[in-house]
Design a protein around this ligand. Structure first.
Ligand code: NAD
Length: 490
């Protein structure tokens, strides 16, 4: 699709546009809001990291489960102690407002108790009766060495959502943070180390796509736990297509729909829409990208949405008064989003609110809304930024068809309508998260978090991360051998 840049593709490059002066092996992280460098380091040596992890695994796996649980609880305490520093680093490195970075740190802390509960429930030991008064035991084993590849948008919470359950289950972890957020990744890793989890059991391994590829291809790795773009996820899946022995958990992007049907609560509806589309400057996998509106509701709801979006403050993370949203991650992402908005405009889209970039040298973008109802062949890509497309429809079946008019399948939400209509929406919307009168963002990690289609490979994270961090082993067991052959003997 010429001229239509997907920001995920742009984001996959380690280049940070005008900010970058790195040599191939250097990883440099810059503040999106200012362009100032905040972290610089060498990419890890992949072979060394894997060798160290393999050596560390047997002793870690042999620890009692209670010890591993105690250690991750200590990790939560270390994060609590460092909360201010970690939030500040996340805000600087991603550009998200400080209040939002604090919320991310809370998610990191809460993940520990959620994962302990999840392990107990989903990976617990069971004994079943079997023949001849024997028992059948079901227990879980860790995979071994798991590599966690993190994204930049939640540089602590999302890698952590893999790391904590993986460690509890008895795996050792190699954590390769996004090359765009290594400083926050390193700070997170230090909290594990201060808690008493060794630097070999939870290794911090900075690097970019090249190191990511090398880990994926490495024979010493037992699995890849990935959160990032669909393009990268597909590359990883392809690379491991002939390796069914490796665990591959892919959490990828979305082209998520929000449907607005009959509702008298216009202000609440508009608030949910604006939060879903523009929180984190649209840099959330679950962000609403497409708003599907019943024609008879269109003028009323779009008036409210536009008025609210006009009031949103976008600015630097530490500004006062606090902004609602910060910049996007870098100039390459801002360029790609601007190009994509122009593509939509020049192919039949009608701007309700233009995408504005006040300073060409920095990646601040305003929230943007564009009606693409009459556009032929709307590109089905994830625009990872503050662009909301609006599509008007006349009947409910059309709304459901439009919801599913995507290869992705992460989140879908319906605002208004009757319980019967919601039941129909729930049954037919193809997504891993389906909500009613709630936004698309902020999925609960006490529930599964994942999608279908290009959004994931049926291995949701959240509460269900326990399932991909250990495999069940069935064992028929008796204290003494006892057997007889009843039929067919001479
Ligand atoms: P990305 O795919 O560019 O990078 C993610 C990680 O993969 C990084 O650590 C990167 O270095 C590594 N990587 C890049 N190319 C690789 C390759 N060929 N082989 C192995 N590793 C490679 O993603 P991003 O831009 O950092 O993150 C934004 C994307 O993440 C968006 O698409 C967003 O929707 C998605 N995301 C998904 C979820 C979810 O839970 N489903 C959550 C947050 C973000």
């Amino acid at each position: 699709m010429d001229g239509f840049a997907t920001t995920s593709t742009a984001a996959a490059a380690s280049d940070r546009g005008p900010f970058s002066e790195a040599s191939a092996a250097d990883i440099i992280s810059c503040e999106p809001a200012t362009g100032a460098e905040i972290w610089r380091g060498k990419a890890c040596d992949v072979d060394d990291v894997v060798t160290r992890a393999r050596r560390a695994w047997p002793a870690w796996a042999a620890q009692p489960l209670s010890t591993r649980m105690e250690l991750v609880r200590r990790f939560a305490n270390e994060v609590r102690k460092d909360a201010e520093k970690l939030a500040t680093s996340i805000a600087r490195e991603t550009g998200k407002p400080l209040w939002e970075a604090h919320a991310e740190v809370e998610l990191v802390i809460n993940k520990v108790e959620i994962s302990i509960r999840a392990y107990a429930e989903r990976s617990s030991q069971r004994r079943l009766d079997s023949a001849l008064q024997g028992t059948m035991a079901v227990r879980h084993k860790p995979h071994g060495v798991l590599v966690v590849l993190g994204p930049y948008n939640f540089p602590a919470h999302l890698p952590n959502a893999h790391i904590v359950p993986a460690l509890i289950a008895g795996n050792v972890v190699i954590f390769k943070p996004s090359e765009k957020a290594p400083a926050s990744g390193e700070m997170l890793a230090r909290c594990f180390h201060r808690a008493g989890i060794s630097t070999a059991v939870m290794q911090f391994a900075p690097g970019g796509p090249a190191e990511g590829q090398a880990f994926v291809a490495h024979d010493g790795i037992d699995g890849v736990l990935f959160t990032g773009s669909a393009n990268t996820g597909i590359t990883i899946n392809r690379r491991l297509a002939a390796r069914p022995d490796k665990m591959v958990a892919l959490e990828m992007g979305g082209n998520n729909a929000m449907v607005v049907w009959d509702t008298p609560k216009l202000t609440d509806a508009a608030t949910l829409i604006v939060q879903s589309a523009f929180a984190s400057t649209g840099q959330r996998c679950t962000a609403a990208r497409r708003l599907i509106v019943k024609s008879s509701m269109y003028d009323a709801i779009m008036g409210e949405v536009k008025a609210l979006a006009d009031r949103l403050i976008f600015g630097a993370p530490f500004d006062e008064p606090a902004p609602f949203m910060g910049p996007v991650i870098d100039n390459a992402a801002a360029d790609g989003l601007t190009e994509s908005f122009l593509y939509l405009l020049s192919h039949g889209g009608k701007a309700i609110k233009h995408l504005v970039r006040p300073d060409e040298s920095l990646p601040f973008l305003s929230p943007a809304i564009i009606d693409t109802t009459t556009m032929k062949d709307r590109p089905d890509v994830e625009l990872f930024g503050p662009i909301l497309q609006v599509i008007r429809v006349d009947d409910f079946d059309e709304a459901i068809a439009e919801t599913n008019n995507t290869r992705f399948g992460l989140a879908a939400s319906m605002i208004g309508g009757t319980p019967q209509e919601y039941n129909k929406f729930w049954a037919n919307a193809r997504a891993g998260i389906v909500n009613w009168n709630r936004g698309t963002v902020n999925p609960s990690h006490s529930a599964p978090v994942g999608g279908i289609g290009l959004s994931g490979n049926h291995r949701p994270t959240g509460y269900y991360a326990a399932d991909y961090c250990a495999y069940p082993v069935a064992s028929g067991e008796m204290e003494q051998p006892r057997a007889m052959i009843g039929i067919g003997l001479r």
